[in-house]
Design a protein around this ligand. Structure first.
Ligand SMILES: [Zn+2]
Ligand SMILES: [Zn+2]
Length: 127
């Protein structure tokens, strides 16, 4: 089964490199569209399986957005947040974080984690 697993490895590497080139989180549908140009005969079930394996390996992270299909991104990006365009639905990375989150909570509350999601219109759609 060496050729089978070899093909799987190739498919996974191709999906990771698609995510690297995209520089923004992609849904399974977006991944499939982008990767099928490079991998012949790629189907949605294969993408789901590869995404599951890449999550298990820690090579990619899931980006959960309420009411939206999960997006996936490389796991080595460091702390950042996301922006979703309300016209094209694409999700983009935004660098950095908000300052002084601790000041938003009452005294003696401890903030342990946070999530920040910005919504608006991307540069392409605002033209
Ligand atoms: Zn847009
Ligand atoms: Zn943050």
């Amino acid at each position: 089964m060496a050729t089978g697993s070899n093909r799987k490895t190739k498919q996974r590497d191709a999906l990771v490199s698609v995510l690297e080139r995209a520089e923004r989180p992609l849904s399974v549908a977006e991944l499939l569209e982008a990767a099928s140009k490079r991998i012949e005969g790629l189907g949605v079930a294969t993408v789901y399986r590869a995404v599951g394996a890449l999550l298990d390996d820690g090579r990619i992270d899931a980006v959960e957005i309420p009411g939206e299909p999960t997006r996936y991104e490389r796991s080595d990006k460091g702390h950042h947040h996301h922006f979703q365009c309300e016209k094209c639905d694409r999700v983009f990375d935004i660098a950095g974080c908000l300052d002084n989150l601790r000041k938003l909570v009452p005294p003696k509350f401890r903030v342990k984690q946070h999530s920040v999601m910005l919504y608006g219109v991307c540069a392409t759609c605002s033209r």
